[in-house]
Design a protein around this ligand. Structure first.
Ligand SMILES: [Zn+2]
Length: 161
């Protein structure tokens, strides 16, 4: 049995989400993030990526990006949350989704989409309803730019701001 199931999302009311079908331990690999490798030149020239927000686009290396905007990329259904229980991880040309804490059966899997803060941030409203939701889909390290209370200064983190 797969450890995920596709159901209507609690976060994205119009869309779907992935849910845990059993209790999952921190560090467990949930699903591969699959797509097509495209050259950076193509992603930069294509109107599909015009808004510069890489919703389904991942940087693989200096030359290639991974475009996951395909119906067969089930991992693309995972929604963003300001209190995410999963994160993306990658090695070589592969990307997958990993649990970053213990997850209970029935919980919706969520990731941090990792969007930077820029002048267009308001077009991506976050509806995750978590206690620490900053209201927009912006990566954890940049949320203080929206509101100082999201400053990570006092939190343990090994990521650079
Ligand atoms: Zn949120």
């Amino acid at each position: 049995m797969k450890i995920y199931a596709i159901k209507k999302s609690r976060i994205d009311k119009k869309g779907k989400g992935l849910y845990a079908t059993k209790n999952i331990k921190k560090g467990t690999k949930i699903i591969d993030y699959v797509g097509k490798l495209i050259t950076k030149k193509k992603s930069e020239d294509s109107s599909k990526y015009d808004n510069k927000k890489p919703i389904y686009l991942f940087t693989i290396n200096k030359k290639y990006d991974l475009d996951g905007d395909f119906s067969w990329n089930i991992a693309g259904l995972i929604n963003h949350s300001c209190d995410n229980n999963c994160d993306y991880e990658g090695k070589g040309l592969k990307i997958w989704v990993k649990a970053i804490r213990d997850i209970k059966k029935g919980e919706e899997f969520t990731c941090d989409y990792g969007f930077g803060f820029d002048k267009n941030y308001k077009q991506f409203i976050c509806k995750c309803k978590s206690k620490n939701c900053c209201g927009y889909i912006v990566r954890a390290e940049s949320r203080w730019r929206i509101n100082k209370k999201f400053s990570m200064k006092n939190k343990k983190t090994n990521k650079l701001p």
